[in-house]
Design a protein around this ligand. Structure first.
Ligand code: GDP
Ligand code: CA
Length: 332
């Protein structure tokens, strides 16, 4: 007879999570809940490839999604930005004909970007700026941008009105064109040269569990893993690395991860994404891979387990995290 598997899993003390925006944020709400139960500390390494400069302001969509969610200020109905937002400045900008008109910035959001831009201009690192912004939001999780150097995801595509393919910023492709234009690839400008911060490398080196959030595997997690030194650190960490699928039954739960996967030639299934991440023992990044019931199958060198993966609320999501801890215990 085998003992209940959870009892054999050592309780992690230092959890590191790789995360994108809203999917990452919802996952982190569950990780934080689990961590409070067991007394662990959590560090999130967040994608910065979606960052852009709009109206002279530095906008970090994924960091802000995570910060607002964990700070209890996220607008669940709209799906992004802060609750109770107003739109006076955006309206005034449009009256001046100041673009880009396809990107809305709320007044509260603008305050965040003003503080960030001012601090960056004064020479602070994005890591320090993020820490300063978090003083207000008290997220209960340490938020680290993956890098302090600029990395920007651009998309090679043909946009309405032009005959030839060109590259546009990921935000324009996602927000303005809803990923609905002929697309041939993603180019992460600056990624090859960018370095993860010392804080990121230290967190990965000192972790006893690394979780990969069910974030977009291409433009959120794919970008983080594309930082050469970060990938190396992840492959070298003594901690088990456990990923959770963001696709259930062959479809993403929200967003357009399936379109992004199509662009890089990966089938939009949990199993294909797990195989694309690959096993640490074969040059990839995973030790374990959590998929929804019915989505399982073999991945060479990876322990694949099934569990309910709907992030309905923090308590349900904490159960997902417990399942990942359980998988981690069995990869040792
Ligand atoms: P973004 O940067 O705001 O687009 O967010 P992320 O990249 O962090 O996450 C987007 C991913 O989260 C999508 O691919 C979704 O399928 C996934 N996702 C959203 N809600 C859920 C959920 O309830 N369960 C799971 N497993 N994945 C989810
Ligand atoms: Ca994002």
């Amino acid at each position: 007879m085998t003992a209940p598997s959870t009892s054999s899993s050592p309780v992690p003390r230092r959890i590191v999570v790789l995360a994108g925006g809203v999917g990452g944020a919802r996952y982190l709400l569950g990780v934080r809940e689990y961590a409070r139960e067991v007394g662990a500390e959590v560090t999130a390494i967040v994608n910065t490839g979606d960052d852009a400069t709009m109206h002279g302001l530095r906008v970090c969509p994924d960091l802000d999604s995570v910060m607002y969610h964990l700070g209890g200020a996220h607008d669940d109905e709209r799906g992004w930005g802060q609750v109770g937002e107003t739109w006076t400045v955006g309206h005034e900008l449009r009256e001046y004909g100041a673009g880009p008109t396809w990107f809305s910035l709320g007044d509260k959001d603008i305050a965040t970007h003003l503080v960030r831009t001012q601090m960056l201009d004064a020479g602070y690192r994005l890591t320090d700026v993020t820490e300063a912004l978090c003083t207000r939001w008290a997220p209960g999780v340490r938020l680290l941008p993956m890098s302090d150097q600029r990395v920007e995801t651009h998309v090679v595509c043909t946009v309405p009105g032009s005959e030839r393919a060109g590259a546009i910023h990921f935000q324009e492709w996602w927000v303005r064109y809803r990923a609905g234009v002929p697309t041939s690839g993603f180019v992460q400008i600056g990624l090859e040269q960018a370095r993860p911060t010392p804080e990121v490398l230290e967190a990965l080196g000192g972790a006893d569990l690394v979780l990969i959030a069910p974030s977009n595997p291409v433009v959120s997690i794919g970008t983080i893993l594309g930082l050469p030194a970060l990938r190396e650190a992840l492959r070298a960490t003594p901690a088990p690395v456990i990923g959770t699928a963001g696709l259930i039954g062959g479809a993403p739960l929200r967003g357009m991860a399936d379109v992004c996967l199509g662009v890089i030639g990966v089938e939009p299934t949990a199993l294909a994404v797990g195989r694309n991440y690959g096993a640490r023992s074969t040059g990839g990044v995973l030790d374990g891979w959590l998929v929804a019931p019915g989505d399982g199958g073999p991945i060479d060198g990876v322990l694949v387990e099934e569990a309910p993966l709907l992030m309905t609320d923090p308590a349900t999501t904490a159960a997902m995290v417990r399942a990942a801890v359980d998988v981690a215990g069995r990869t040792r």
